[in-house]
Design a protein around this ligand. Structure first.
Ligand SMILES: Nc1ncnc2c1ncn2[C@@H]1O[C@H](COP(=O)(O)OP(=O)(O)O)[C@@H](O)[C@H]1O
Ligand SMILES: N[C@@H](CCOP(=O)(O)O)C(=O)O
Length: 347
């Protein structure tokens, strides 16, 4: 549905992907929101963009370079619209960049939703997911950021021509008469929102260094042993249902959050992670339900039902004991939220 009112606000939650064995499959939306306060300006006005919060020092505010507006430009260009309509956009971003809390996924979702609202495109959420997936190729952040909740997702197998390296990522807008960028094919992403036991909260322990998702994907192998694939499949099947059940079976969830597909290969990128995964358990730290790397890291995600501060302190202690003076970290206790990206209109 389109709405041409003058002001609108876009809200997109942060996410945590993988949740142990669900590499590129599982993700959840958190009570931490990227927001865009937008106001339509008179025709002929220049785009005005301001930004506060995480990334304020580094994030470019040029429409063609900023991930949010660059994504919006790409979407608009597939509708034959060459530039963003005149807008004032104020971005507020509490999601730390490059820490495994889905900042880029939320920025991409915000860009697609921005194009939809600013251009009155009337896209469905499913169509917006197609666009998100043309930019961010794995669905586990963008699906929960768009739809909310605890989400399992997969991509349909794309035809070889749809996977041409030259056309991926398709986030670059068309400029200077270059060929129209391809409109995404339909029904790329498939997803389902899973149940979530409401007493389980997420503790995100966020160290003060970044790991670019691209780098953390580059360390993964191309091929896996059958035993490792089975190991993860068995756990993910149990985990998705176990996380929905009350009373919470912490021992089962903790075991089911073990992974052999990505975490073992990323250990060296996150000092202390192996020790945290081994030592912070439901038995050693009452309240713990499970522990894993959040997304591609370096944030550590602990699912817990109580003792949040004490559990966070145990993770922070291990970060602080790492070599070269230790690693500083902060933590956030977050809820899994059922709403995904929202657009609210004002007069
Ligand atoms: N709010 C934002 N505005 C503009 N660019 C962003 C924003 N959030 C993230 N990005 C871009 O995404 C990059 C981080 O992406 P990535 O390495 O995938 O880490 P993350 O785990 O945080 O998603 C940043 O360096 C920046 O280029
Ligand atoms: N499945 C991806 C998820 C990346 O999430 P991010 O929050 O680190 O961008 C991966 O593990 O590479």
């Amino acid at each position: 549905m389109t709405d041409t009112r003058n002001k609108f606000k876009i809200t997109v939650p942060a996410t945590s992907a993988n949740i142990g064995p669900g590499f590129d499959v599982l993700g959840m939306a958190f009570s931490l929101y990227l927001t865009l306060d937008c106001e339509r300006l008179p025709a002929g006005s220049a785009l005005q963009m301001t930004y506060e919060g995480e990334g304020a020092k580094d994030v470019p505010l040029v429409a063609e370079k900023n991930l949010i507006t660059k994504t919006a430009l790409y979407v608009l260009s597939t509708y034959g619209i060459a530039s963003l309509p005149p807008l004032k956009i104020h971005v507020t971003n509490p999601i730390p960049l490059g820490r495994g809390l889905g900042s880029s996924g939320s920025a991409v979702v915000a860009g697609v939703v921005l194009a939809n609202a600013a251009g009155n495109l009337g896209m469905s959420n499913d169509r917006m997911l197609d666009y998100c997936l043309m930019v961010e190729r794995h669905p586990d952040n963008v699906a929960p950021a768009l739809f909310g909740g605890f989400v399992a997702s997969f991509l349909r197998e794309l035809e070889p021509e749809e996977l041409e390296p030259s056309s991926i990522p398709r986030s670059e807008p068309t400029r200077n008469g270059a060929a129209q960028p391809p409109t995404p094919v339909t029904d790329i992403g498939h997803y389902i929102q899973l149940g979530w036991a409401k007493e389980i909260k997420a503790i995100a322990v966020i160290p003060d260094f970044e790991v670019a998702t691209e780098d953390a994907r580059a360390v993964l192998p191309d091929m896996y042993e059958r035993a490792d694939v089975i190991y993860n499949l068995q756990r993910i099947a149990v985990l998705t249902t176990a996380l929905s059940r009350t009373p919470v079976n912490a021992d089962l969830i903790h075991k089911a959050m073990s992974d052999k597909v990505h975490q073992p290969y990323r250990k060296h990128l996150i000092p202390g992670m192996a020790e945290m995964l081994e030592k912070i358990t439901p038995k050693t730290h009452p309240g713990v339900v499970g522990i894993c790397l959040s997304g591609a890291g370096p944030t550590i995600l602990v699912l817990a039902t109580e003792n949040f501060e004490q559990i966070a302190a145990a993770v922070q202690d291990i970060f602080s004991q790492q070599t070269n003076g230790g690693i500083k970290s902060m933590f956030k206790v977050l809820d899994v939220v059922h709403d995904g990206a929202q657009t609210e209109y004002f007069d």
